[in-house]
Design a protein around this ligand. Structure first.
Ligand SMILES: [Zn+2]
Ligand SMILES: [Zn+2]
Length: 647
């Protein structure tokens, strides 16, 4: 009898058990331990996630994932999104479902529903979800043919699902999941039943275009979250509150740093004077540091001829991220999505010898990339941004040393802004689309790893995560909320030097192809500033703060002497304002606090007579009365120390 057949299951601790070949993963878990079965959400068989109800009929490696596993958390989140969709369909039968994925610690589901839902509707949906969870409905998987799926969802009036099914390649098997009266197209896997949902919360409603494209219909998106326990849920809700407090879009407005408005267009940033000053302080530091590290600054145009982008391959490989061309005197020009082709032109402006290498061209180059309006997010994801870009052109012998220098420079630069935690990744050759030979890739990847090993930097491998033109090192920074942000990238390139026929004369007189590295330390200045705002909650380090100090006369009687002191601050290069409003001293202090100005310099009658100033530091309080010169020296000294990374 087939059912009496035995198979061997290997467990995560490498022990093995023999079980009947007709058992599901869940029943095997039950045999192993009733406690494990109680907490099981999903199974991993030979590295594939499957439903607990799936029968294992061949020898296999098996891991039962409980609430504690990060992988099962995604399944829990996604399963909760199904339950939410079910509740919405029960309450609003006219709603059409679209997609409902898990994202980091959250899920969402987009509905086409008129009138759109609001936050006020969430309580009713949650209540219905609680009923569905209490009913402990099993989530049942069924494989289905394409025709049957189209028929099923057409009958249900789920036109978005039909659209999705039609776009799935015919050879990909389809499956549906049902719980009670609700059925969704889904690859799965899912938790075994709705009762496994222990602690969830619907967070907010937002508008989202179908497929993130503003030409499509605006849908209602409901965000929610789901955890193994109320305790974990509460912890996450606190995290969300803290993230809201730090939201750079909100702080950007209240601190008068920037705006993005509809008259100009989505993803295009208008920097107000304070924001621009912050940006310039960072740029000044960047320029100084690059010159100190052996870079040459270049400046290049914002547009270039189509032929240039043909040669570089951007029109072939990157066209979807480029804005449409414009025609000038019969020639098509494109706005630059990258600076590389321009830097290469400068390299090619004369014959280069091995003695000239390495050449390091750096530019704060503003580029424009087309992104769907639906994915744009404050400064974090924009359509126009400034890359702190550089290209290093070197001989093969120089590669290792250049990469080492780059890694060290990047760390030093990022740390000077107060970011201490970083995660380093080495991304290797993609499986399918790539240029260059596998040997070249191996050599370049080894060079990246060797530099990190030599510097004793811990890193993770991102297998297959490289660009099509070469392997790379990515450095992600962690902010005060332990969120990870893409920052530095150091990318090896086999493509451009070949396409542009870059050359140098080697020591033996032969013509050789140089190696090329693209790199950006901050990545996008816009995103970097966005992260910096959220990391510091707008309390910028003194050396880059757009305003370092405000001079506050206690009454109008001190206006004149305070103005004299303010002038002295400006002459000494300190970024200071003076508050000459007719407000009370209390009101003036509150204003400075709201704007998060690091230092208040208060001048009352006593200070005026003695040509002194009373200093109040933000978050520290009063630090005493001192004479003018001492106050100036104090700030100058602190700024100098920070710039030299000494504190
Ligand atoms: Zn699903
Ligand atoms: Zn480049």
């Amino acid at each position: 009898m087939e059912s009496k057949r035995k198979i061997t299951i290997q467990l995560p601790d490498n022990s093995t058990i023999e079980v009947s070949a007709d058992l599901s993963a869940g029943l095997i878990a039950k045999e192993l331990s009733p406690g494990l079965f109680q907490n099981a959400l999903v199974a991993k068989v030979n590295d594939h996630l499957i439903d607990l109800s799936t029968v294992i009929s061949e020898d296999a490696r098996l891991e039962i994932l409980t609430y504690n596993s990060p992988e099962s958390h995604d399944i829990l989140l996604h399963s909760t999104s199904h339950v939410m969709a079910q509740a919405v369909k029960q309450l609003y039968p006219q709603a059409k479902v679209t997609i409902g994925p898990a994202i980091e610690n959250r899920f969402y589901y987009d509905f086409d529903i008129e009138p759109p839902l609001t936050d006020n509707d969430l309580a009713a949906i949650e209540a219905r979800m609680n009923e569905i969870i209490a009913a402990d409905l099993p989530l049942v998987r069924r494989e289905i043919s394409r025709d049957e799926a189209i028929d099923l969802f057409s009958k249900m009036g789920e036109t978005y699902k039909v659209e999705i099914i039609r776009e799935i390649a015919p050879d990909i098997p389809l499956s549906i999941y049902s719980e009670g009266d609700f059925t969704d197209l889904c690859r799965g896997p899912h938790i075994p039943s709705t009762g496994k949902i222990k602690a969830f919360k619907l967070l907010n409603v937002a508008g989202a275009y179908w497929r993130g494209d503003s030409r499509n219909k605006m849908l209602t998106r409901i965000y929610g979250t789901s955890f193994a326990s109320q305790k974990e849920l509460k912890k996450y809700l606190n995290f969300i509150e803290e993230a809201k407090r730090r939201d750079h879009r909100k702080l950007g407005k209240s601190l008068e740093l920037f705006e993005i408005n509809d008259q100009v267009g989505p993803g295009l940033v208008l920097w107000y004077p304070r924001g621009a000053l912050l940006l310039h302080n960072i740029k000044d530091y960047w320029i100084k540091e690059h010159i100190r590290h052996g870079y040459e600054l270049v400046e290049t145009p914002h547009i270039g001829k189509a032929q240039l982008w043909e040669t570089s391959g951007h029109l072939g490989f990157y066209r979807e991220s480029m804005f449409d061309g414009m025609t000038v005197e019969g020639e098509t020009y494109y706005i630059k999505p990258m600076n590389c082709p321009f830097h290469i032109q400068i390299y090619k402006s004369k014959t280069r010898s091995y003695r000239d290498l390495p050449i390091r061209y750096a530019e704060l180059g503003t580029v424009y990339r087309y992104e769907l309006s639906g994915v744009l997010h404050g400064l974090m994801r924009v359509r126009g941004f400034t890359q702190d870009d550089a290209h290093i052109i070197c001989s093969p012998e120089q590669l290792n040393e250049e990469i080492e220098k780059l890694v060290l420079f990047s760390f030093e630069f990022i740390r000077s802004f107060g970011f201490e935690e970083m995660d380093v990744y080495v991304a290797t050759r993609p499986k399918e689309k790539y240029v260059g030979s596998p040997e070249n890739w191996a050599e370049a990847t080894e060079a990246l790893k060797a530099a990190l090993n030599k510097l004793e930097v811990e890193y993770h491998m991102d297998e297959g995560g490289g660009a099509f033109y070469g392997p790379k090192i990515d450095i992600k920074i962690r902010d005060a909320l332990n969120r990870s942000w893409q920052c530095t990238t150091i990318q090896f390139d086999f493509n451009e030097s070949e396409r542009f026929k870059m050359e140098y004369i080697a020591s033996d007189g032969s013509k050789q192809r140089p190696y090329m590295i693209h790199r950006a330390i901050m990545g996008s200045l816009e995103r970097f500033v966005g992260v910096l705002i959220e990391h510091t909650v707008g309390d910028f380090p003194l050396w880059i703060a757009p305003l370092q100090a405000v001079v506050i006369p206690v009454t109008n009687n001190q206006d004149q002497i305070a103005s004299e002191f303010h002038k002295l601050l400006i002459e000494n290069g300190i970024r200071a304002e003076i508050n000459l409003n007719n407000d009370t001293i209390g009101a003036k202090i509150r204003q400075a606090e709201l704007m998060k100005i690091p230092i208040m310099m208060i001048i009352g009658e006593r200070e005026a007579t003695a040509k002194q100033v009373s200093i109040r530091r933000r978050k520290i309080g009063d630090i005493g009365i001192m004479n003018w010169q001492k106050a100036i020296d104090m700030i100058a000294h602190e700024v100098q120390l920070k710039k030299e990374n000494k504190s």
